[in-house]
Write a protein that binds this ligand. Structure first.
Ligand SMILES: [Zn+2]
Ligand SMILES: [Zn+2]
Length: 279
C-alpha cells in the first residue's frame, strides 16, 4: 500500500495517534522560524512578572493561564482543562533585536566570510560560482561530498581576504575585509586599502578627523538583514537546506507552565527555578 506524503504541521491541537504502523522514509532537522514560533505559541509573553497584587497571574506574564493552569487550583484558559488534564501550551517572546545563537556562531562566521557585507551575494567570481553550483546540483553528488564542496567554497572565500587583503565585490563594488570570530561578536577587518581610502575621503573635513572611526564589529541586526537578502541559489551553493536568517534568534518559545520546574518553599508558596527568571 502506498501512502501519500504528508507534511508534519505544528498546531495547537493535541496530537492524536493515527491507526496503523508507518514507515519513516527520511528525517530532516531544521530550525524554527519566527513565524513558526509565533504560530506555536498561544500567548505573547512580554511582562517579566508573575502575579498581580491580588495574587492573580498577570496576563501576558510568565504565569499567564493561557499557557496552562498556573497552580493546582487554577484552570487553563486555552483548553479549559484543570491541572491534571491540560497538556500545557507554549507562549512566545519576541525580541526587539536579533541575537546570535551561540551554538551557530561558527556557522554564521563561515557564511559571512563567503558573502559580500553589502549586497549579500557570494564573493566567488561568476565562473567559479557556476562550476561549484553545477557540482552541488549534480544528483550523483553525495551529501558528504556536498559538505566537502561547501568547505572548499568557504576556504576559497576566506583565502581572498586573509590578513590585510580585501576583496571588492563584483556585483556592488563594496570592499570586503577579513571576518573573524571575537568574544561573542563578529569582527570585520576591512584592511589597509580601505582605511587609506577612508582617511583620504575624510581628510578634507578637518572637524571630523578625530571623531570618525569605522566600527569593526558586525552587529546581529546587520547580519540578519544580510542573510535575509541572500539569494536561494547562493544558499544552495553553501549547502544550506534552510534559510540562513534562522541561525539568529528573533523570538523565543516560552515553555508551558507545566514543564517548568518549580519548588515549594516554606509556607506553601511556589517558586520557579532561577532558569525561569531568565525568561
Ligand atoms: Zn490547556
Ligand atoms: Zn556586493
Amino acid at each position: 500500500m502506498k501512502r501519500t506524503q504528508e507534511i508534519i504541521q505544528f498546531t495547537k491541537q493535541p496530537y492524536i495517534e493515527d491507526v496503523g504502523p508507518r514507515k519513516i522514509k527520511s528525517i530532516q532537522f531544521s530550525l524554527f522560524s519566527e513565524a513558526e514560533i509565533l504560530k506555536l505559541g498561544e500567548v505573547e509573553v512580554y511582562r517579566g512578572v508573575y502575579y498581580e497584587s491580588t495574587k492573580k497571574p498577570i496576563p501576558n506574564g510568565l504565569l499567564d493561564p493561557r499557557m496552562g493552569p498556573p497552580n493546582k487550583n487554577g484552570g487553563c484558559e486555552t483548553c479549559h482543562g484543570n491541572f491534571r488534564e491540560c497538556p500545557g501550551h507554549y507562549g512566545y517572546l519576541v525580541l526587539t533585536l536579533p541575537v546570535y545563537n551561540v551554538g551557530y556562531l561558527g556557522t554564521v562566521v563561515d557564511l559571512l566570510k563567503c558573502i559580500c557585507k553589502c549586497c549579500s551575494s557570494i564573493l566567488l567570481d561568476d565562473k567559479e560560482r557556476r562550476v561549484f553550483l553545477k557540482k552541488m546540483r549534480n544528483p550523483r553528488t553525495e551529501p558528504l561530498m556536498k559538505s566537502e564542496l561547501q568547505k572548499k567554497v568557504v576556504k576559497k572565500c576566506t583565502s581572498m581576504t586573509s590578513g590585510q587583503k580585501s576583496v571588492t565585490c563584483s556585483k556592488c563594488g563594496y570592499m570586503n575585509g577579513m571576518v573573524k570570530k571575537g568574544q561573542l561578536k563578529i569582527i570585520h577587518e576591512r584592511g589597509n586599502r580601505f582605511l587609506d581610502e577612508f582617511n583620504a575621503a575624510i581628510s578634507h573635513k578637518i572637524e571630523l578627523k578625530t571623531s570618525v572611526s569605522v566600527p569593526p564589529e558586525i552587529d546581529p541586526k546587520a547580519v540578519y538583514s544580510l542573510f535575509k537578502n541572500m539569494s536561494d541559489e547562493d544558499c544552495e551553493l553553501l549547502y544550506l537546506s534552510d534559510r540562513p536568517e534562522k541561525l539568529l534568534v528573533t523570538s523565543i518559545p516560552v515553555p508551558p507552565i507545566a514543564i517548568r520546574p518549580s519548588v515549594f518553599v516554606d509556607g506553601g508558596t511556589q517558586r520557579s527555578y532561577a532558569i525561569i527568571f531568565v525568561l
